[in-house]
Structure formats: structure tokens, C-alpha cells
Design a protein around this ligand. Structure first.
Ligand SMILES: [Zn+2]
Ligand SMILES: [Zn+2]
Length: 553
């Protein structure tokens, strides 16, 4: 019996974001990615959602290594939270580690981390596993597919991938090596990206976007051009820079992360821009507007980003008007549509011309569509398959695609967050769920649970009504109050009458309870909550949060 390999999916299976898995053998764990998820409008005040890291924290002494497949936030964003609890070497490409390093430095955790650079084609021991790292094309440079050579055969993790046959850097997803592994020794288990598994066809090559961007910039002669893109999309920035150079313009970077990533990528030698053609935003006033292309952050309508600031006229660097053209070289991530629309409207109000991927082909996805997924399956021919990285519907679509390609039903194992599987000589056992929670971050990690979020939703919907009553328990009477205070419940002038009615109702109820011999303050709080809640509901048909405060004295 060869040693089994156990995989625990801690995040990313059931939503896009917070990807994290633990892969272990003989009690030794390797963490595969550790990302975060951006919080939507249904999570008021939440900065980020993390995977449930408790399995890793509880077993910290068994965690021997962390692999960062690429530098997107949904793969490295939760690393600081994990590294606060344990210490293990982090493996990644030079560019990935550059961004990891910045993240850990910000969290003052750099001294805990040993960063171990991997290069395309490297093979070596990572914790208990003999790992091989292959190049993959995606919307960020230097991502890696990982092939774990285990006692149970090869486990292939696709990372986020597409099959771009003409990538900007010429670095293609290495299908030939995957095919060689499939031939000998064979791929026992594949875990593959499902993000676009419900999309027919294939994603367009990144180089086609470059041609579209060049055409757009040419067409805007005499105008200032501003292009919003992800700061990590170095190949997109490369093509914007190339187009700027070709049209005799200078590339100007705007936004902290844009400046940082451009510098890192130039240092790593994966972004090539002649010095004479790149400037920082501080120099914008020295340049003729029609001779620049500004590349900036904010393509997702992020509140603090450069483009969002411009759209409300609050950028300290640029005021936009009818001589500006703004290009969204992006597509809104689900959940960000409203924020993006608001930025577009703001820009239009300032008179700027707005172009986006719905009008011109200035964006392509970094995730493979059905044809690309089918190609990967037909090259890898895995014995077992688990769809990963996707919303529930994406995982289902990827499972169905595997079935259509001839994989037997029982060889495709459907997993969700928290599920644990074990690969043995006999195949895969689904061990069930270890039970995971989402972890919400608001400022400090760990102090935010579903109860607080529930309260925030109630407060956001209907506000609150607080009732303060002072009582003398011995004399069985109210000594002060009830004083009613509310926010966000009803408008003045009706408010005063409603508050008086609440005070009357609470007074009657508390007096009755006191005369009945009630001396328990907690019970009197309940009496107050019930009386106030009933009156509030009867008079306004609303359900604000009721905050009773019964005090002695
Ligand atoms: Zn990614
Ligand atoms: Zn991802």
C-alpha cells in the first residue's frame, strides 16, 4: 500500500475567490494558494472574506510549505493572515514572490517568511512532495501549473489558466509536458480551473487585445487617453505601453499599485518600456495632454482607486473634461457592475468619452472557456478529476464537460469548500466535510461573525430604537425614563409621536412587571424589548433593531 494523499479544499469551490487547499501525505501538509475574496454589498463594512484557515492553524506544526501559483489576490491575499499563525517557506515565481513580499512587508511579517523562487520547468522537493512547475498563460505573468509526483501518482493542478497560443511574452501553457506526463506515468488526478466552464468556445488571445488598443489610441489623436486596467495585468500594460510608443505618446502610471507593479515587472525583466516613454503621474503637467496615455487603477470601480477619484472630480493629479477619452480595458467582476456603472456615469458627466469592452475588443478573459478546458482534458487524460476554482454553477458545468468528454461519472468527484478527499491505491474516497466557515475581515481579523453581519443588515435596512429605563427594584418603580432614542427609523415630525408611544408602552409593561415582583434586570430588558418592538411594528410596520437598556438606580 502506497501512502495515501489527502486534499482538503478550504476555499474557492463554490465562489470565485479565496482559493486555498491543503494537500498532505503521511501527516505533512503543503498549502496550495491562500487567497481572499472581495466582499459584496451583502456584507456591509466587510473588507475581505478569507478561507477558513483554522484547519491549517490547528495543524500549524505539520505545515511544511506554501505554494503560490500566481499573484492574484484570490490566490495570495490571505497569506498575511496565515503567516501570522505559522511559519513555512513560500514557493513562487520571481514576480509572484515580489508581490507576496510586498504584502508580507505591509503586515510586518516578512521576517517570518522564507521566499523560495521557482523557475519554469523546475522540479524538486516541496515539503513531502516532489513538485514540478510548468508555465501557464493567464491574466498575470509567471503563473505556474504544479504537478505533484506522489506515491499515488501525478496530481496535476492547472492553476488559473487559458490556452493562449500567441501570448504577449511567448510563454505558452506547457501542454507538451502535460501530454508527456499523461503518457508516462499518467495523470492520476487533475484539479482544474472552472471559472469559464459555462462559456462556449475559446477565449481570445491577449495579443488581439493589443491590436484593438492600438487602433483605439490611434483613433483618439489630439486627445488625452486614459486606460484603466488591473495593475497586475502586466501583459496588458505592456501592450498599452507598446501602443503608446508606436503613436508617439508617453506612458504615465497612476495609482500606487500600478506604479509598484510596473516597477517590479520591469525589475524582473517581464515588462519592457524604454525609459524615454514612461513617466510617473507627478510629471503629468510637464507633458502635452495629447502626447500621453495614462494607465491607471480603478477598472472595477474600487472606491479609493485613481479612476474612481477622477470620476468624481477628486483626483489630485488630473481633471477630466471633453478632451479626454477613458478606456475600460477590463470587464466588471460579478458584484462590481454597479460600482463600475457609477464611475462610467461620473466620467460621462465630466464630458469625457468612455469606451469599454462592450463596444471595442479591449479585453479578454484570463480563464479558458470550454474548448480550452476540453483541450486540457484531452491532453491530460486524468484518471480522476475534481473541478475547482468557480462558483457552484461553474463547477457543475466543468463536471458536465468532463462527462461529455467520456470520463465515467464516478471518476469526477464533486467537492465544495470544506470537503476532504483521499487518494489511495483503490481510488478516491470522499471523506466528507470538515465544516468550514467564511471568515470576515473588517480592520482586524477574527472579530467579525455572522451575528455582527446580521446586526449590520438590520441597521442598514431599518435603523435602531434604543430605550433606556432606570428602575428601583426594592421599591418596584421606575426612577427615570423611559427615554427613547432612534436613528434611521422614521422621519420627523412623525418620529416624536412614535417615540412617545414607545415610551408609554414600555412604561406600562415595566411597571406591570415590577409590581408583579420581577427583580431580574435581564427579564426586564426582555419586557422592554417586547413592548417597544410591538409598538414599533404596530405603528410603522418596520423592524428596526430594538436596544433595551434597563438600569438599576
Ligand atoms: Zn488568477
Ligand atoms: Zn483565481
Amino acid at each position: 500500500m502506497a501512502a495515501p494523499v489527502r486534499i482538503t479544499f478550504l476555499g474557492g469551490l463554490g465562489q470565485i475567490g479565496r482559493n486555498c487547499a491543503a494537500i498532505e501525505t503521511e501527516g505533512r501538509i503543503v498549502v496550495l494558494d491562500c487567497g481572499q475574496m472581495f466582499a459584496g454589498d451583502d456584507l456591509p463594512g466587510v473588507d475581505a472574506v478569507l478561507p477558513d484557515l483554522s484547519y491549517l492553524i490547528d495543524n500549524a506544526d505539520r505545515v511544511e510549505a506554501i505554494i503560490a501559483t500566481h499573484a492574484h489576490e484570490d490566490h495570495i491575499g490571505a497569506l498575511p493572515y496565515l503567516m501570522a499563525h505559522l511559519s513555512a517557506p513560500i514557493y513562487g515565481s520571481a514576480f509572484t514572490l515580489g508581490l507576496v513580499q510586498h504584502k508580507l512587508k505591509e503586515a510586518r511579517l516578512l521576517d517570518k517568511a522564507q521566499l523560495r523562487q521557482i523557475n519554469d520547468g523546475d522540479r524538486g522537493m516541496v515539503g513531502p512532495f516532489d513538485c514540478e512547475f510548468l508555465p501557464v498563460t493567464h491574466s498575470i505573468p509567471s503563473g505556474n501549473i504544479t504537478a505533484f509526483h506522489t506515491d499515488q501518482g501525478v496530481i496535476l493542478h492547472s492553476s488559473d489558466f487559458k490556452l493562449d497560443l500567441t501570448p504577449v511574452d511567448g510563454r505558452r501553457t506547457e501542454l507538451s509536458r502535460i501530454g508527456a506526463l499523461a503518457w508516462d506515468p499518467g495523470i492520476r488526478l487533475m484539479l482544474a480551473d472552472s471559472t469559464n466552464a459555462d462559456q462556449p468556445g475559446a477565449s481570445r488571445s491577449e495579443t488581439e487585445v493589443g491590436a484593438a488598443l492600438r487602433a483605439v489610441i490611434r483613433g483618439e489623436e489630439g486627445r488625452r487617453v486614459i486606460i484603466a486596467s488591473f495593475a497586475s495585468h502586466i501583459h496588458r500594460i505592456q501592450q498599452i505601453a507598446d501602443a503608446a510608443v508606436e503613436t508617439g505618446r508617453v506612458l504615465v502610471t497612476l495609482g500606487l499599485s500600478m506604479r509598484r507593479n510596473v516597477k517590479l515587472a520591469r525589475d524582473c525583466g517581464i515588462l519592457r518600456i524604454p525609459d524615454a516613454h514612461i513617466r510617473d503621474i507627478e510629471d503629468i503637467d510637464d507633458l502635452e495632454p495629447e502626447r500621453v496615455v495614462v494607465v491607471c487603477t480603478g477598472s472595477q470601480g474600487e472606491p479609493r482607486a485613481a479612476l474612481t477619484q477622477m470620476s468624481i472630480g477628486e483626483s489630485r493629479w488630473m481633471k477630466l473634461d471633453g478632451n479626454d477619452t477613458v478606456v475600460f480595458s477590463s470587464h466588471p467582476i460579478p458584484g462590481n457592475e454597479a460600482a463600475v456603472a457609477s464611475v462610467r456615469n461620473g466620467l460621462a458627466r465630466l464630458g469625457a468619452k468612455v469606451l469599454h469592452s462592450g463596444q471595442v475588443d479591449v479585453h479578454t478573459s484570463g480563464h479558458g472557456k470550454q474548448q480550452e478546458l476540453a483541450t486540457l482534458h484531452s491532453v491530460a487524460v486524468p484518471e480522476w478529476f475534481v473541478p475547482v476554482h468557480g462558483e457552484y454553477a461553474h463547477l457543475v458545468a466543468h463536471r458536465d464537460l468532463a462527462h461529455r468528454m467520456g470520463m465515467p461519472e464516478d471518476r469526477v468527484v464533486f467537492c465544495e469548500d470544506g470537503d476532504q478527499i483521499e487518494l489511495t491505491d483503490d481510488g478516491i474516497n470522499h471523506l466528507g466535510s470538515i465544516g468550514t466557515d467564511r471568515v470576515y475581515v473588517d480592520g482586524m481579523v477574527g472579530d467579525l461573525g455572522n451575528a455582527v453581519l446580521g446586526d449590520r443588515r438590520v441597521l442598514g435596512d431599518d435603523g435602531f430604537v434604543s430605550v433606556v429605563v432606570h428602575v428601583d427594584l426594592e421599591r418596584q418603580e421606575i426612577t427615570a425614563g423611559p427615554d427613547v432614542l432612534s436613528r434611521g427609523w422614521v422621519e420627523k415630525p412623525a418620529l416624536l409621536a412614535h417615540e412617545d408611544a414607545v415610551a408609554d408602552a414600555v412604561e406600562r409593561a415595566v411597571n406591570k412587571a415590577l409590581r408583579g415582583g420581577e427583580t431580574d434586570l435581564e427579564k426586564l430588558n426582555q419586557t422592554t424589548r417586547r413592548a417597544a418592538g410591538q409598538t414599533v411594528s404596530d405603528r410603522t410596520r418596520r423592524r428596526p433593531m430594538i436596544v433595551p437598556m434597563v438600569r438599576e438606580g
